[in-house]
Design a protein around this ligand. Structure first.
Ligand code: SF4
Ligand code: SF4
Length: 204
């Protein structure tokens, strides 16, 4: 399920995400998180950079912090896993129409990237992850996750998606007991979406 609004955090300085990580460590220890979020929004000029109103900016940043906090809690368990998969969202493909040469295999269900565009984020992520021994899936929706997890026995999952999809998949992962790491989109909108490749590489 997507957000009811679109956002693009890609113009925001990298230091903003370092701050997110720092606050995530403190999560649960502070009653003033809302104030902290407001300070961050002001400090990094989030509204000016993204056009978001204050309440939507708070939602996005709160979700980033929540995701990062879960990643931190799960990191040790994840590092102990051997058989891993990477789930990528189809919305981060360079093209969403016939120019994307990926073939959708309904039996998996996943797109299989044909590497038609060197500057496509999905292509780059697919290549990096496969080199590291991951199976890679490019999914049209979170509903595919359950089917894949049933047919292939993984120990660790890395998932890239918008915050809402991450929450839904997180519930599924906690039911299965698998170790997960999530990478939120920094530009949403269900097409031409963006995630941070450096973050993905570090997470893998
Ligand atoms: S590189 Fe892969 S995912 Fe990207 S547009 Fe081409 S076939 Fe589609
Ligand atoms: S932004 Fe991407 S991951 Fe999120 S709901 Fe839309 S298509 Fe799915």
């Amino acid at each position: 399920m997507p957000y009811k609004f679109t956002f693009d955090l890609s113009p925001v300085p990298r230091f903003f995400f370092t701050e997110i990580a720092r606050i995530s460590y403190q999560k649960g220890m502070t009653k003033t998180l809302f104030n902290t979020l407001q300070e961050m929004i002001k400090k990094f000029k989030i509204q000016e950079a993204t056009g978001l109103n204050l309440s939507d900016a708070v939602v996005v940043i709160q979700d980033l912090i929540d995701v990062q906090a879960v990643n931190l809690m799960e990191r040790k368990k994840f590092l102990q896993t051997k058989k891993r998969a990477l789930f990528l969202p189809h919305c981060s493909r360079k093209y969403m129409d016939g120019r994307c040469k990926a073939v959708f295999d309904d039996s998996i269900p996943s797109y299989v990237c044909s590497h038609c565009s060197p500057d496509c984020l999905v292509n780059k992520a697919d290549c990096v992850a496969k080199k590291k021994g991951y199976d890679v899936y490019v999914l049209p929706g979170g509903s595919c996750v359950a089917k894949i997890l049933k047919s292939a026995k993984y120990e660790g999952i890395v998932g890239v998606a918008c915050g809402e999809e991450i929450k839904l998949s997180g519930e599924l992962l906690s039911e299965t007991g698998l170790a997960g790491q999530s990478i939120p989109l920094i530009k949403n909108g269900c097409s031409s979406t963006v995630f941070n490749m450096d973050t993905l590489v570090k997470t893998l």
